[in-house]
Design a protein around this ligand. Sequence first.
Ligand SMILES: [Zn+2]
Length: 380
Amino acid sequence: MPDRVGNQPVIDDEEVLVGIRKWVEVETPSPDGDAVNRLVDIVQSDAVALGMQIARIPGRDGYGDILTVRSPWGGDGPGILVLCHLDTVHAVGVLEKDNPYRREGDRVYGPGIFDMKSGAYLAFYAFQHLVRAGLKTTLPITFLYVPEEEIGSPTSRQMIEDTARQNKYVLVTEPAHGGLCCTARKGVLHAGIKIHGRPAHAGSRHQDGRSALRELARHIVALEDLTDYERGITVNVGLASGGSFINVVPAEAEAKVCIRAPETSMLDELRDHVLSLQPIGPDVTLEITAEINRPVFPRGPGTVQLFKHAKEICREVGFELDERHSGGGSDGNFTAALGIPTLDGLGADGHGHHTLDEYILFSSLAPRARMWVRLFESLT
Ligand SMILES: [Zn+2]
């Protein structure tokens, strides 16, 4: 098979799928650093085989290692950063039981295949295509593989931001929902509320008790009422617990809250609001934490320019690339918030991320691989 027809790369999509399968069949739940490192080993040895420069930082807090892989050309100057995560939300064993690797028509199933092993592999494959064809890009290319994006990147955030600052563009290999890439994402605020009440016998001394659960319930309703779909604000109390026994007035209760908003000012306002919550009932105390987990990914001018360029490239390789504003966060939030042109959602097309039946569309692999090759070649 020739490498090119005109300026268009020729892609063997069956070969691409073989590579994706290899990555999917190493299960990598974020909290299991050893499991994630088994895939880091594979990516590292594949990259070494292509002559790439490797830097690997040992994992912290039980998470896997952080792997940086750089093209052998282009020197130390600013270039293209390809941002990938190797972890998934699926526990070890899902591959065997709930979502085995399989191909049904155009759909290819497997844990983490859509989010984001196919995307991460597509970008790697495109790089390999260049090396095999003896081609070099104008800009150096750096791949950063992080081990715990699905947890919010607690151990890799600093590295992501530092590496992004050394580059001109950031391309993120998150999945492409409905073929759309992502040029903006909401910011995410995580809050925790703990209520301390007063225990009492639920029958004989009920009037002496101060129910922490009752207090929490009122805050939950008030918080969720802050949801405003028109302004793009969502408040989700995702976890709540409390009490110790059915016939004891509950002395303790707590909840965890995920708040999302499209603008930094809204997120700041919501954080201040949560931090200033006061007890509603008598004789209870509140303990509140609130921090921005992912900053807003703004649709900045550099990102818009990068999107326009990618759109042209995609037209040449045979598909229409459109953009969307996502409610979900990614590591792209960190880099876009620094003002670095960031294009996200450049992985394979498919469906069902974070579910037990996620899949990719095989037909999206060849056009997307061509897009990656042409993006690498054309960015200056
Ligand atoms: Zn992802």
